[in-house]
Design a protein around this ligand. Structure first.
Ligand SMILES: [Zn+2]
Length: 77
């Protein structure tokens, strides 16, 4: 995630309230016959260079770069 201002390119009113949509990976063991999960391991965070971001005002989801670029185009004065 970048230390840069975001600006929602969709509603163009939000610069502060966002959700970071991250991916998680969890290893599991399944029973080959019943299909039940027999064992599960700790959840690991999958590192993403450019995570998806959601605007908490309008709900728009997009790649982080779209929010960064919009903030660069229309910087806060
Ligand atoms: Zn928005």
């Amino acid at each position: 995630m970048q230390v840069k201002p975001y600006f929602c390119p969709n509603c163009r009113s939000n610069r502060v309230k966002f959700s970071l949509l991250s991916s998680a990976r969890q290893q599991i063991m399944k029973d080959a016959i019943s299909g039940e999960v027999t064992d599960q391991y700790e959840t690991e965070q999958v590192d993403q260079d450019e995570p998806d971001i959601q605007c908490n005002v309008c709900g728009f989801v997009g790649n982080e770069m779209r929010f960064v670029k919009q903030a660069e185009r229309e910087p806060r004065m």
